[in-house]
Ligand binder design. Sequence first.
Ligand code: ADP
Ligand code: MG
Length: 355
Amino acid sequence: MSRVELAEVVYAFGHGADAVRAVDGVDLVVPEGSFTAVLGPSGCGKTTLLRLVAGFLAPQAGTIRFDDAVVAGPGRVVPPQQRRVGYVPQEGALFPHLDVAANIGFGLPKQQRASAAGRDRVAEMLDLVELPREYAARSPHELSGGQQQRVALARALAPEPSVVLLDEPFSSLDASLRTTTGRAVAHALQATGTTAVMVTHDQDEALSLADQVAVMRLGHVIQTDAPRDLYRAPVDPEVGAFVGGATVVEARVEGDRATFAFGSAPLAAPAPDGEARVLLRPEQILVHRSEVGARVEQVHFYGHDAAVRLRLLPDGPALVARVPGLDAPEPGSEVGIGVTGPVVAYPTTSPTGVR
Ligand code: ADP
Ligand code: MG
């Protein structure tokens, strides 16, 4: 298993004025044995980044290392088959004309495939991804989408790759299958100590499955942190809103507190005195029935909780609060609001985070 390190990696499609810098100076360290999620909206360069690590594309600048070995850099590009990378593409991952055993064994050395050792390896991989061994003889079309993704992971892991790359591996699955398949895959990766990079546009998936999350915007990695640290202290309010949802309000910082239109809260981290913007997570906004301060505009009920869209009275900014589902107020009613801190404050002119 390898540590993967990208330094100043650039890849542009096209030339001159028409060039699209899909990956625009990416720095990223994936520790050995970790599960790293690269999180960003569609088109930000995630697939391109993964293809650079796999070796399907060669960077125009920068260096990619597996442990101490340079696999792509000035004057040196190691071809994909020598990088020992397992790749799980977004869809169409399996060979439809091969059974599950042949799919899983595909990356094994030829002499091993037909041998008892090869069959043992296939059985071991089925156990690992929690599929019955009898499935070895099935065709891909006899499996559900989630089962197919597990086979795709088993195929990627069978040859003991130095790193596994997953491109939005669960995006074609429905919500509940996505969760169970995601957990099974994360568990299999952890059990084998495999270094893995998964790209996704789904923040829940990134936060719940990965050890660290690298947030990507417009070809840049703008923040890399453990899920809790990313949620607690996003590098700018836009990242905060993208990762977990948030309302950004104008505030004034004095010492270790921020004061805004409907209250004040302690700061999570020091910030300069003066005008600021603070990030309020939906679960930090409290809804009281007692005093009146906001009108309930919309309620989205999810059962365990509800998202409540509020308008500060008389015609202030909109806020989103998250409350226990059965406690949600009625749309059109008037409520009091408060904030439970601490909050993160940012300068009024946001740093874009993009160099
Ligand atoms: P993501 O996987 O995050 O959706 P991609 O890496 O696929 O993003 O694409 C990043 C950018 O590069 C996008 O602007 C996309 O349109 C562009 N791009 C991707 N592949 C090609 C290609 N083969 N030719 C030209 N532009 C491309
Ligand atoms: Mg993509």
